[in-house]
Design a protein around this ligand. Structure first.
Ligand SMILES: [Zn+2]
Ligand SMILES: [Zn+2]
Length: 71
């Protein structure tokens, strides 16, 4: 899985569909806009936010950590 590159190197892709918004700045994402998709939570972050170093500002939920302990 060739994912780890140099720092600040995201795998940009297009969604091919509209109706989504950047998880950081809320900008509407067009079908041809380049975005990075978080491998952990699937959040869509626009290229501008990634280049601003704001990728980590999206709410990254730990889906795998089901804390259902009823105390
Ligand atoms: Zn954004
Ligand atoms: Zn995430």
């Amino acid at each position: 899985m060739p994912y780890a590159h140099e720092d600040n190197s995201f795998e940009y892709r297009t969604l091919g569909t509209g109706g989504l918004a950047c998880d950081v700045c809320g900008k509407p994402i067009g079908p041809d806009d380049l975005v990075a998709v978080c491998p952990d939570c699937g959040a869509v972050v626009c290229k501008e936010c990634c280049e601003d170093g704001r990728f980590d500002e999206h709410e990254c939920d730990d889906w795998g950590d089901m804390d259902e302990s009823s105390d």
